[in-house]
Design a protein. Structure first.
Length: 368
């Protein structure tokens, strides 16, 4: 145990005396969270919605048919209770809910005016605004059509309600995404480069023939980045709360626990890259290009996954950042607990175990 602690202390010393490493570790998260939070504030297709049709009359059915024919929406189900709507939003299964009042057609024909309710998940404000605009356009198109045939100015007023982010701020969407991006890049790249550096300088062979086990050598090099990444998480959350005015609605302990799991997942990927590469340049290139692009493209925080072809949607499921992004949004923005994110947590655990097993097997093969 004493040798293990000495190795960890040695790795900390290597990291803390390298100014470039410290700049990447602490400067990049601060710059990215400020840029994404302030500067970035995109067509959405096949968004899943639920419909609560309390009228079930000709007018409501005609509007539902128009929605079903639209390429923007996919009706997940027709529900009959407000509790089902709340449950669907908490599970993250839907982006929008449309509620028709009772006597919808009767009120429209006799009073020429009726209201219906549209509820949107505004934890992603861009998608929420876009989807409510789409649904309003479909309703407006319907009212224009019936007004032309009867020469009566019918009016249907969608009453919009935004859940989780009523002010439609950009930070609730980009902060979780930046957390996933920064942790993925920092953990994977730093771990991979630090281990490959030992190979290039020839010190890895010395470490491996020492009485210290190879597994402990690898773990001792990963632990400093685990601790420093948790410091990064803390700095991002502090910036989010005090600079971007983004409250943490869920459990902070759960958020840190899930962040720790994600960091470990990223570290195992970094170890895997280090085992498969022999130069720092190659390790850095694979870490940057192989991790940054999939995280940006397939995590869902910049480009809606629903818009992608089915094969790409399937590929997105093996990207750890996608699941961490969902977890952070559910905890920070929606204020949900572990019961809502256990599936995403299980996926991260599975990816971590698989990557660790593959890395250890590859490491043993290289040693033999």
């Amino acid at each position: 145990m004493k040798q293990f602690l000495i190795f960890i202390k040695k790795e900390f010393a290597h990291v803390l005396r390298d100014r470039k490493t410290l700049l990447i570790l602490f400067g990049m998260p601060v710059v990215q969270i400020l840029i994404f939070g302030f500067a970035l504030t995109n067509e959405v297709k096949n968004a899943k919605i639920v419909i609560m049709d309390q009228a079930n009359d000709i007018a409501s059915q005609q509007i539902i048919s128009k929605i079903r024919a639209s390429r923007y929406f996919e009706i997940a189900e027709t529900i009959h209770s407000p509790k089902q709507i709340e449950s669907a939003f908490k599970k993250g299964n839907i982006r929008l809910a449309l509620i028709f009042p009772t006597q919808f057609n009767n009120d429209l024909m006799h009073q020429h005016f009726v209201q219906l309710q549209v509820i949107a998940d505004a934890s992603d404000p861009n998608n929420a605004t876009t989807l409510t605009s789409y649904i309003s356009s479909i309703i407006q198109d319907y009212t224009t059509g019936i007004a032309k045939t009867s020469n009566i100015p019918y009016r249907i007023n969608p009453e919009i309600r935004f859940l989780y982010n009523p002010q439609l701020k950009g930070a609730p969407n980009y902060v979780p995404g930046v957390m996933a991006l920064v942790l993925m890049l920092v953990c994977v790249m730093m771990t991979a480069v630090s281990i490959v550096k030992e190979k290039e300088t020839g010190t890895m062979e010395i470490l491996l023939v020492s009485p210290f086990s190879p597994f402990k050598v690898i773990v001792s090099k990963a632990i400093p980045y685990l601790i420093l990444s948790l410091v990064n998480v803390t700095s991002i959350l502090l910036l989010s709360v005090f600079v971007l005015d983004l409250p943490i609605n869920g459990s902070i302990l759960l958020l840190f626990a899930e962040s720790t799991l994600f960091i470990i997942t990223c570290l195992t990927i970094g170890i895997f890259i280090s085992v498969k590469t022999n130069t720092m340049q190659l390790a850095m290139l694979i870490s940057l290009m192989g991790m940054m692009l999939p995280t940006i493209l397939f995590s869902g925080f910049m480009f809606p996954i629903e818009n992608m072809p089915v094969p790409l949607q399937i590929i997105s499921n093996i990207i750890p950042a996608k699941w961490y992004y969902i977890i952070v949004k559910d905890i920070m923005i929606k204020g949900l607990g572990f019961s809502a994110i256990w599936k995403e947590t299980l996926v991260l655990v599975t990816i971590t175990v698989v990557m660790m097993v593959i890395s250890l097997k590859s490491f043993k093969i290289r040693l033999s």
